[in-house]
Write a protein that binds this ligand. Structure first.
Ligand code: M6R
Length: 628
């Protein structure tokens, strides 16, 4: 949610911190701050500003007004305490002995505050983070530690703080009496270290890869309950017992340009257009062609053998938001093809209902970021209960990817826009592969059907390209729809799953109230909301359900609804009922989600633009939801 960046090295830190924060602003953005230590000065300088990062940039002349080669920075997405300069990070103790930036939530901050108040500490903010900063100060200044070296003192204090606090955190820490040193620690919140060379020589911390990409591709992933100590020349990582540990250096494959807009006005539009490439990259390497031309799906990367797949008795599809909608769609596909029962689980609810997990379950955790707190918690619960876990994740090296028994990466590349598009499409693609593979090894489809399905999968990218080539009509319609107050999306079966995603896209970036309904459910209550002019989007890609959805559209039309129909080429009868139609190319109906979602993404995008909203950074939302 919040973004963290730190740099210690030969260059001035503040411009690097601001540049890094600008790449993380999509994670959270109600205020920002930096703390920089000039080696020639006695103090750490802290500058904070409410609002967008540009406010902080103006206050600091793009960082040039703050001198020093060692610093930490933060963009905040408020949890405890309103968005304000006071509540913005960094937070610090008296005389800035300890200065902290934090991503996550300190759950027992009230207890800690009470305890520290009794010791004479005074709090100036409403945040949970200040409790961690002052707690660290109390341990750091304990008289018993005065004989230790500065590093031993810092490590011991950080360890004691980590033991005392409950919750999740990635922390960047400066100690006022240790110039040129950054400490970092994490538990259940992402944190990476960057190794910079040449004219950038030094080290970085960051909560996500885009913040360091411009400076280095060499990173170290910090694991839970680990502490890092960085200077210009050295990087050391310690476990919770303060014993030094070896960490491998990983090479990031994304380049910095992949995280730029590339001529598009918004990241969302760029990412929508990257879908053909992203889906192709996710599918093609996993489809092998034999000499006789027959194709098969190779999921050996997951270490799931054919025997394992035959033994699976139930599949749990777990995720949040759009990742949950992927599960909703894939349930239809997996059950239809393989006859393996599937359950779709909201990760945020999963652990609170003491789920019944049989031994031969396969839990599939779907997540773009690989850091969503609820999805990570669901993964851990499955593992605790002995259930095999498969992560379908976009960010290489993320927590979910590392903790799952097996990973299938979606090769979407960096997704910056808060509203997911290409990651969603690649998640669908990855799970289609699993569905077809399961069905093939279990013998629930024959070889001809397997070949036909694989052929359809390989044709998806080109069909998405065709939809993107005809987007102007949607732009025209979106301008008409921009004044809507309520929009309903309806569909049956897979079309209901598509509706859920279309509705989420619309509401998150256009701020128009929207609901998705299984079309048959409307008349059990919701149809009372339909009145003259209310917009209803009817999704009807499934041939055997087409007429039923159309008759549900007729029901709402006769109550005054204005209708948008979304179907496949050939289903022209829909035009007798709806006011505006969009057709997508035909595919196997099981894969229709991948095509039908694209016009709905474009619709949401154009409406958001027509309303002059911040498409990539919708209010109140963050890209990576690392708190519960
Ligand atoms: O990173 P994840 O895929 O785990 O994120 C899950 C949801 O937070 C995410 O899909 C969210 O709903 C998006 N903003 C939807 O566009």
């Amino acid at each position: 949610m919040c973004g963290i960046v730190g740099y210690v090295g030969v260059r001035q830190a503040a411009p690097i911190l601001l540049e890094g924060l600008s790449k993380l602003e999509y994670r959270g953005y109600d205020s920002a701050g930096i703390a920089v230590r000039d080696e020639n000065s006695e103090h750490v300088e802290v500058v904070k500003a409410k609002g967008r990062l540009r406010n902080l940039m103006q206050m600091t002349d793009s960082g040039n007004a703050v001198r020093g080669c060692c610093g930490i920075g933060h963009t905040r997405w408020a949890t405890h305490g309103e968005p304000s300069a006071v509540n913005a990070h960094p937070h610090y103790s008296k005389e800035k002995r300890v200065v902290v930036v934090h991503n996550g939530i300190i759950e027992n901050y009230q207890d800690i505050k009470d305890m520290l108040r009794r010791k004479g500490y005074v709090f100036s903010t409403q945040t949970d983070t200040e409790a961690a900063a002052l707690l660290l100060d109390s341990y750091y200044t304990e008289p018993g530690r005065s004989s230790l070296s500065p590093r031993e003192r810092a490590l011991g204090a950080i360890r004691d703080m980590m033991i005392r606090v409950r919750g999740s955190y990635a922390l960047g820490i400066l100690f006022g009496d240790q110039p040129g040193v950054i400490y970092a620690a994490r538990k259940d919140s992402p944190l990476i270290l960057g190794c910079c060379e040449g004219e950038m020589e030094g080290h970085m911390i960051a909560s996500d890869v885009p913040a360091v990409l411009q400076y280095t591709r060499k990173v170290v992933y910090i694991d839970n309950l680990e502490i890092a100590c960085l200077t210009r020349e050295e990087m050391h990582v310690y476990n919770i017992d303060c014993e030094e540990i070896e960490k491998p250096v990983a090479e990031i494959r994304w380049d910095a340009a992949a995280a730029e807009k590339d001529g598009y006005e918004h990241f969302m539009m760029k990412e929508i257009h990257e879908q053909p490439r992203a889906v192709r990259d996710t599918l093609s390497p996993r489809i092998k062609e034999a000499e006789d031309g027959t194709r098969s799906i190779d999921l050996s990367e997951t270490s799931l053998t054919d025997d394992d797949l035959r033994a699976v008795s139930r599949i749990l599809l777990i995720g949040c938001g759009s990742a949950y909608h992927v599960g909703m769609a894939e349930r239809y596909v997996i059950e239809k093809l393989s006859r393996v029962p599937c359950e779709v689980e909201l990760a945020s609810e999963f652990r609170y209902r003491d789920p019944i997990l049989a031994q031969n379950c396969l839990a599939v955790i779907v997540s773009q970021s690989g850091e969503t707190a609820d999805s990570l918690a669901a993964l851990r619960l499955c593992k605790e209960r002995g259930v095999r876990t498969l992560a379908v994740v976009n960010v290489v090296g993320s927590s979910i990817a590392r903790e799952a028994d097996a990973v299938m990466y979606t090769w979407a590349g960096p997704e910056i826009s808060v509203a997911t598009t290409k990651a969603y499409s690649t998640q669908l693609a990855a799970l289609y592969l699993l569905a077809v593979k399961l069905a093939a090894v279990r013998g629930s489809i024959d070889a001809a059907r397997e070949q036909a399905l694989i052929g359809e999968l390989l044709a998806l990218p080109e069909k998405i390209e065709r939809i993107l080539g005809d987007k102007e009509r949607l732009q025209w319609f979106a301008n008409k729809m921009a004044a809507s107050k309520d929009v309903f999306f309806i569909g049956r079966g897979l079309d209901y799953a598509i509706s859920l995603e279309g509705s989420l896209k619309l509401k998150e970036i256009s701020y128009i109230h929207s609901e998705a309904y299984a079309a048959g459910e409307l008349k059990h209550g919701t149809i009372s909301l339909v009145e003259e002019g209310v917009m209803v989007v009817g999704v009807a890609t499934q041939p055997e359900l087409f007429e039923k959805v159309v008759s549900n559209l007729v029901e709402v039309r006769s109550r005054g609804a204005y209708l948008f129909g979304l179907t496949t080429y050939g289903q022209y009868a829909i035009e007798d009922t709806v006011n505006f139609t969009v057709y997508v190319p035909r595919t196997d109906p099981l894969f229709a989600t991948s095509l039908a979602v694209v016009p709905l993404q474009l619709l949401a995008y154009y409406i958001s633009c027509a309303k002059g909203l911040d498409v990539d950074k919708p209010r109140n939302l963050a890209k990576s939801v690392t708190v519960e």
